[in-house]
Design a protein around this ligand. Structure first.
Ligand code: A2P
Length: 314
C-alpha cells in the first residue's frame, strides 16, 4: 500500500515565550556573513514575506544596512523582534556598545541583547574586533570575566534600550557558572548556539529546558556549503515528506522547541525557509540520532586559546 502524505506545509508563525513573559517569533533571519546590499535586500525580502524576527550582531558589521531595510520595509517597530550582540572587545563597556548598535540600526531599543561569546578581549589591542598577541593567539583580557560582562548587561534592562538579555555560545559549564554567580540576578532568556543534526547538543538543550532558558539554533542548515543538505538521511526524510532538506532541518529545530535562525541572502530561499512542517516524531528522533552515524561536527569554532569555550559537544 502506498504511503498517504497528509502533512501540510505552513508559514512559520510559531511564537515562543520567555520565562519573563516576552514573546519571540520562533523563526528568525540569520545574517552572519551577509554583507551590505546583500543583507539590505535579504531583510527587506524577509520582512515583506512575513518574517518578524531578524538576528544580527555588532561583529557582523551589517547593523546599518539592516536598520535601513527595517525602515524601508515600512513595518511597525512593535511588530518585529530584533536581536543584536555585544562583541568581546566591548565587554567592559556594554552600554556604550549597545548605544552604538542602536545608532547603526536606527532603533530606540532592541528586543534582545546577547553576549556574543563568553570571552572578553582586550579593548585596547591591535585590532578593534580580533586583537592578537605577538604569538598569534587572541588577546584575551585576563582581568575580566563574562560574569562581570553579564552584570553590566543586567543594568541595561532599566534603560529600556533592550527588552531582554541573554547569552550566546555558552556551554552547560559556563551557564552554570553564570547562573551561580552572586552578581547574576536576572537569568538569561536565551542561549544562542550552533545546533543542527551533526551537533544536536542534547544535554545543553535538556539543561536549558530545566532552567527555562530558550535555545536558539544558529547555523541550523550546517552553514556555508553544508554537507547536511545532501546527507542521505536528511534527503530521505525530505523526500518522504515531500519538502526540501532545508525545510526538514528548520522543522526539526522547531520540533525540538528551539528558535531557528536560518541565514540566506536569496529572496527565494528566504521565502522557502519560512515554510515548515510539523515534523513527525519518528523523523525528529531519527535526526536526533544522526550524529551517532556521522560523528559530532562543530562548524563554528574560533580559536579562543587558551580559553576553553566548549568543554563538551553533548
Ligand atoms: P544563501 O545565503 O546563498 O542562501 P546556516 O543558516 O546553517 O548558516 O546556512 C546558511 C547557508 O545555507 C548559506 O550558505 C545559505 O546560502 C544556504 N542556504 C540558506 N537557505 C537555503 C536553502 N533553503 N537551501 C539551500 N541552501 C540554503
Amino acid at each position: 500500500m502506498s504511503e498517504i502524505n497528509i502533512l501540510t506545509i505552513f508559514r512559520s508563525t510559531k511564537v515562543l515565550k520567555f520565562y519573563n513573559g516576552q514573546e519571540i517569533p520562533a523563526t528568525g533571519l540569520g545574517t552572519w556573513q551577509s554583507k551590505d546590499e546583500e543583507v539590505y535586500n535579504a531583510v527587506l525580502a524577509a520582512l515583506k514575506i512575513g518574517y518578524k524576527h531578524i538576528d544580527t550582531a555588532a561583529c557582523y558589521g551589517n547593523e546599518e544596512p539592516i536598520g535601513r531595510a527595517i525602515r524601508d520595509a515600512g513595518v511597525k517597530r512593535e511588530d518585529i523582534f530584533i536581536t543584536t550582540k555585544v562583541w568581546g572587545t566591548d565587554h567592559t563597556r556594554v552600554e556604550q556598545a549597545l548605544n552604538t548598535s542602536l545608532q547603526k540600526l536606527g532603533l530606540d531599543y532592541v528586543d534582545l541583547y546577547l553576549m556574543h561569546w563568553p570571552v572578553p578581549l582586550n579593548p585596547n589591542g591591535n585590532h578593534p574586533l580580533f586583537p592578537t598577541l605577538p604569538d598569534g593567539n587572541r588577546d584575551i583580557s585576563q582581568d575580566w570575566d563574562f560574569t562581570k560582562t553579564y552584570n553590566l548587561m543586567q543594568k541595561l534592562l532599566d534603560s529600556g534600550k533592550t527588552k531582554s538579555i541573554g547569552v550566546s555560545n555558552f556551554s552547560v559549564t559556563n551557564l552554570k557558572k553564570l547562573l551561580n554567580a552572586p552578581t547574576t540576578t536576572v537569568k538569561p532568556v536565551v542561549n544562542q548556539v550552533e545546533l543542527h543534526p551533526y551537533l544536536p547538543q542534547h544535554k545543553l538543550l535538556q539543561f536549558a529546558k530545566e532552567n527555562d532558558i530558550v535555545l536558539e539554533s544558529y547555523s541550523p542548515l550546517g552553514s556555508t556549503d553544508s554537507p547536511l543538505l545532501s546527507d542521505e538521511v536528511v534527503v530521505k526524510i525530505a523526500e518522504k515528506n515531500k519538502v526540501s532538506p532545508a525545510t526538514i532541518l528548520i522543522s526539526w529545530a522547531l520540533w525540538r522547541g528551539t528558535v531557528v535562525l536560518p541565514k540566506s541572502v536569496s529572496a527565494h530561499r528566504i521565502e522557502s525557509n519560512f515554510n515548515v512542517i510539523d515534523l513527525p516524531d519518528a523523523d525528529g528522533k531519527e535526526l536526533d540520532d544522526l550524529h551517532k552515524l556521522r560523528g559530532i561536527r562543530r562548524l563554528v569554532l574560533p580559536n579562543w586559546a587558551p580559553v576553553v569555550v566548549f568543554d563538551s559537544d553533548e
